[in-house]
Write a protein that binds this ligand. Structure first.
Ligand code: UGA
Length: 454
């Protein structure tokens, strides 16, 4: 099918690459000419494992264009247009929909005569599908209307760092629309994913036991709510385990055993019960805030989600308090942070715990040194206002440090030469903010080791 994707960010690029791999004809447009020029040269604006490889093996290469050139770049007007632009949080917590409105404007300028299905993939508040429909109607006065446009919601459930595995082998596909033609088009588009009858790319092998993918077809509002409810529930699980971890520390329990046993109950499930510094990234913080804001609009309180947010952001303050309890005086100390990205396998710094923790330490007069295997170039561009020292080597984080905190559990940090690290530090104190380091090896190497909830 002929598909246009508006927005060349995480969601747009991963969706473009996966749909093109399945044999669809994809054009990806973005208002940023520099980004498009880079993509045309084969330079990706984000770090996502296997994205470049997947784009390279698509049977029909994805075409990249700015909106004005989109029709010329493709073989004809699209049957489906995906809106995959950013919806950053506005001042009151509700998502800012300016980019969605701009995307709709460009879509209405390039409609064909046939049926076009406009699909919201960006995470937008409940009711946005109707709003997009009305914007499209406004852009085509009844007398001048030639195109038939129907709106659908098709939320994404992809995780940064494993976005392509999640795109090709999803747990479920959700398609919502109040128009049967939109549902029919999306089901046709996703048929290879639903049936799982495509040959997997060698670098993204199909996980064992992947069967036919469940498809949920529903109305617009339900599809929109499914996205928020899913992210809020995952966020809730993380905050729940983090609160239990705090209690674990007080009563002398080990959160790793508690979490494992909890997760073995099939009704609970083991995923998203890893205690640590809590969630960051562009989704959970923003989406939980938006869900709370939507509930308020309807006179409801989403108190359980509000509590999860509070617990989450408390983890960042808590680690600084623990450092303070150990070091007593923060002024003049040097603290090292391992990891800057909000999670491993990405260079995304949005709502990253590292930045929050660094700011708190700097405000208390400490010097902060940070390393990350992939996010340093992005940090140099986006975080010039934070007075931390960005280190190209892990060694420089440990050298002369009074404490080192593991913030992002990149696998390479679990395999350091601990004796050498301990020797390089002024005080051999290590706080494992993700419970990801080999405790025995660290203590054997002479480090004082603290973890979360144990
Ligand atoms: C999340 C959801 O998992 C996706 O399903 C969803 O599509 C996406 O948001 C989105 O709305 O776009 P993402 O934010 O990329 O994906 O990453 P996750 O793997 O969910 O991790 C989120 C945060 O939770 C990370 O900071 C991670 O370190 C933290 N986390 C995760 C924990 O602290 N404990 C856990 O047990 C799991």
């Amino acid at each position: 099918m002929r598909v246009r994707i508006v927005g060349a960010g995480y969601v747009g690029l991963c969706t473009a690459a996966s749909l093109a791999y399945l044999g669809h004809e994809v054009t990806c447009v973005d208002v940023d000419p520099e980004k498009i020029a880079g993509l045309v040269r084969g330079e990706l604006p984000i770090y996502e494992p296997h994205l470049a490889e997947l784009l390279a093996v698509a049977p029909i290469p994805v075409r990249f264009a700015v909106p004005d050139d989109a029709n010329a770049a493709s073989a004809g007007p699209p049957e489906l247009v995906f809106i995959a632009v950013g919806t950053p949080p506005g001042a009151d917590g509700s998502p800012d929909l300016k980019q969605v409105a701009a995307a709709v404007r460009t879509i209405t300028q390039s409609l064909g005569d046939g049926l076009t299905v406009v699909v919201n993939k960006s995470t937008v508040p409940v009711g946005s599908g109707n709003w997009v429909g009305s914007l499209i109607d406004d852009a085509q006065p009844p007398g001048a209307r030639t195109a038939t446009v129907v709106v659908a919601s098709n939320p994404e459930f992809l995780r940064e760092g494993s976005a392509l595995m999640d795109s090709l082998y999803p747990d479920r596909i959700v398609v919502g629309s109040d128009d049967a033609r939109a549902i029919e088009a999306l089901v046709r588009l996703y048929q290879p994913l639903i049936e799982q009858d495509f040959a997997p790319p060698p670098f993204l092998p199909r996980p064992a036991r992947t069967g036919r993918v469940p498809l949920v077809t529903t109305d617009l509002a339900s599809a929109e709510l499914i996205k928020y409810a899913s992210n809020a529930f995952l966020a809730l699980k993380i905050s729940f385990i983090n609160q239990i971890a705090e209690l674990s520390e007080r009563v002398g329990a080990d959160i790793e055993s508690v979490s494992r046993a909890l997760g073995l109950d099939a009704r609970i499930g083991s995923a998203f019960l890893q205690a640590g510094l809590g969630w960051g990234g562009s989704c959970f913080g923003k989406d939980t805030a938006a869900l709370v804001a939507t509930a308020h609009e309807y006179g409801l309180s989403m108190s359980i989600v509000e509590a999860a947010r509070e617990v989450n952001y408390h983890q960042r303050a808590r680690i600084v308090e623990r450092l303070l309890a150990e070091l007593k005086i923060m002024k003049g100390r040097t603290i090292g942070l391992l990891g800057l990205a909000f999670k491993p396998q990405t260079d995304d710094l949005r709502d990253a715990p590292s930045v929050d923790i660094a700011r708190r330490l700097l405000a208390r007069g400490a010097k902060v040194r940070v390393h990350d295997p992939v996010a340093l170039p992005r940090a140099r561009r986006e975080l010039a206002d934070v007075a931390f020292e960005l280190c190209d080597t892990v060694d420089s984080v440990f050298r002369g440090a009074d404490a080192v905190v593991l913030v992002t559990e990149w696998p390479e940090y679990a395999q350091l030469d601990w004796a050498r690290c301990a020797k390089a530090m002024r005080t051999p104190l290590l706080l494992d903010g993700r419970n990801a380091l080999p405790r025995d090896a660290l203590t054997a190497a002479g480090l004082r080791y603290f973890a979360v909830g144990r």
